[in-house]
Design a protein around this ligand. Structure first.
Ligand SMILES: *Cc1c(COP(=O)(O)O)cnc(C)c1O
Length: 374
């Protein structure tokens, strides 16, 4: 009996493309990176894209590009991966959490106003599980209050909000190509934007130097550079970019398969006492995760354990950020601060979902769930 993991990458022609880059003699950022950026920008219909080493870096330098000062406040959701709030900490700013909507697990726009102070500079909404946030409300609020929006779209490449691809709606949108995400480069990330900030972001991604390395070392380029601002080091190399170009070609078919798997799950699990995930009529989810909520009578830890014993890998996304000891200690957060996120966390379980999953695999997972509920 094979194990059905939570997620698995789908790799085919990538191997040939990597070896081509390796033989080319140019390994770091270069024309391949630019090709990936251009193709990704076109895909999400954004003016610019900058490929970086991880989505965490994408979020970090997008926020840094706003000249965030120590003590500035950044609004985000507690229902996310630790990266979203750690990058706020890295810049010595303060994460201010706003509770989520129970049906989408996304930040609740109705609660933004109460979280705002004169120190608030930006909002980082997270498209949880690939279901886009209520961007109309978030955009309206940010415009009215002169705040920048940086979307954490780690789960949402290919997702749509009102027929528009996520990636063209805000100051900056950050994507992840981590091994488990909808498309992968192993590790990797991308920032897309319609603002003229690509040069600024590129500088931030490379020590504050304003020319890409490959142009500097090219015979046409200059050997001289100077640095007038602090930058980081998170450029994407050609090897990762070559993988990304191939994965992007398959992204729509990956997401189509994810949607099909989600439909199969929902059809079979609706009448079991489990709460199945929803999709609002004005969005198209990228179905990065399929998150169910268990009936009250079921012990989650035991359930996940039982599933694993039956060769099905499940997980939990996520322990709300404010309950991590680092944030509890630093800001005095406690249980009860964000009751909706906490309530959802208590019984949420992520089921396997990835394009390589066969219908037979899905049926097996469903059968196993039904058995483990008894
Ligand atoms: C995976 C993830 C990230 C970080 O992405 P990396 O590419 O691993 O840095 C950020 N936010 C969310 C919500 C994620 O799930």
């Amino acid at each position: 009996m094979k194990f059905i993991p939570l997620s698995k990458p789908y790799i085919t022609d990538e191997i040939k493309k990597i070896s081509k880059v390796l033989k080319s003699g140019w390994l770091t950022s270069g024309p391949k990176t630019e090709e990936f950026e251009n193709k990704f920008a076109r895909y999400v219909n954004a003016k610019h894209a900058l490929a970086v080493a991880t989505c965490t870096d994408a979020l970090h330098i997008s926020l840094a590009s706003l000249n965030i000062k120590p003590g500035d406040e950044i609004i985000t959701t507690p229902m996310t991966f630790i990266a979203t709030s750690h990058i706020i900490e890295w810049l010595k700013a303060r994460p201010v959490f706003v509770d989520i909507q129970e049906d989408t697990f996304n930040i609740n726009p109705d609660k933004l106003f109460d979280a705002m102070t004169f120190k608030t500079k930006a909002i980082i909404p997270v498209h949880m599980a690939g279901h886009p946030c209520d961007m109309k409300e978030i955009t309206k609020f940010s415009k009215a209050n002169n705040l920048s929006v940086i979307e954490d779209a780690a789960h949402a490449p290919g997702a749509e909000y009102k027929d528009k691809k996520i990636g063209s709606l805000s100051y900056a949108t950050c994507f992840s190509f981590y091994a488990t995400k909808n498309m992968t480069t192993g590790e990797g990330g991308m920032i897309t934007t319609n603002e003229d900030i690509k040069d600024k972001l590129q500088k931030l991604s490379y020590f504050g130097i304003d020319k890409e390395a490959y142009k500097r070392y090219d015979k046409k380029g200059k050997w001289y550079y100077e640095v007038d601002s602090l930058g980081y080091k998170c450029n994407m190399d050609s090897i990762h970019a070559a993988i990304g170009i191939e994965q992007l070609k398959k992204l729509d078919s990956f997401n189509k398969r994810r949607r099909k798997i989600a439909e199969l799950y929902t059809e079979e699990l609706e009448d079991t006492g489990i709460i199945t995930p929803i999709e609002k009529p004005y969005v198209k989810s990228s179905w990065h995760l399929y998150i169910i909520r268990l009936p009250k009578s079921i012990n989650r830890a035991k359930f996940i354990d039982n599933m694993a014993k039956n060769n099905v890998g499940c997980s939990v996304h996520f322990l709300p950020i404010h309950l991590h000891p680092y944030y509890r200690k630093k800001y005095g957060f406690k249980k009860g601060d964000f009751p909706v996120a906490e309530k959802v966390y208590e019984n949420m379980v992520s089921l396997p979902i990835y394009p390589l999953m066969s219908n037979g695999d899905v049926e097996y997972v469903i059968k196993t769930i039904k058995r483990c509920l008894k």
